[in-house]
Write a protein that binds this ligand. Sequence first.
Ligand code: ZN
Length: 352
Amino acid sequence: MSALWDHASPEAASARERGIHCIPLPTPFGIGPINTYLLDDDPLTLIDTGPNSGLALDALELELGKLGKKIEDLELIIVSHQHMDHLGLTEILARRSGAPVAALGSLVPCLSRYDEWMEADDRFAAAVMLRHGIPEETCLALRSVSRSFRGWGAATTVTQPLEQGGELKFRDRTLTVHHRPGHSPSDTIFFDADNRTLLAADHLIASVSSNPLIARPLDAPLEEAEDAGKLARPKSLMIYLESLAKTREMEPIDLILPGHGPGFTDHVELIDQRFQLHERRADKLYGLIAEQPRSGYDLAQALWGNVAVTQAYLTLSEALGHVDVLISEGRVAERFDDDGTAYFEATSSPTS
Ligand SMILES: [Zn+2]
């Protein structure tokens, strides 16, 4: 588990000065608690809602109570992205409070048919895993784990679709909406330029490098999941690095409030560290590919060893992300063997 939000930290204090209260909620996932944020403003707003569990609902009610609020007081709910630890309670909270639900417009189809969407995502993930050499029994095991997790998310009706560059106006602040895909296709961050505050969700986390998970594009019709193998694989890491580069230019920011772990201050330094980390990993993978052609599964294993079944797709996503970078640089090419498994080979020997 990564580091936790610290209510006694200077970052928590400066969040409170800005009328922002972090309410971490328990999740059943390895990442640990998810940070929801209460904006004590007009409208009274909750950013992200936690997984769909009694434990999370109870914790939220308790913490709201300490702040003199209750669920029925909420006047706006904002969803940062499509992952279940961030949105599972949204529909329940919206129903109890009558609050409108705001989320990226392109996320609306996914949120309205969440179960089907997750099932389609899983079929797509299984097709990607098979193509890249992950054994069939691992794919099957992962799909049943994923099904057993499905109830932590829940469908929700978005009543206020958001657009890139749009604004959310409050009594004490204005939040600008920025779409920053990569960790998921729908990552949305919210910037308060006057108070130099960024609500970053899972786009930028100090305590852990965000996974650039390969997921179905938001505009892919659900029906296409039947033929998931033919759907082009999004280059999630490249998309993510591009998003990070945009966020890097968003100076000045004094306070970053992430979806997990502690708040932090220097986004430029952190983003530069992430760039370096990904460059090192790409170089390491290139070295492995230059030795001999390898599948995505080989590469994930070489980097992270034999990981738990639940981590197989995360590590494959990251390995393929680096391969995409190497392919775009012309250093690596993708080939297929007779049974359709993809493997990667170096395009030429190093020139120097
Ligand atoms: Zn996430």
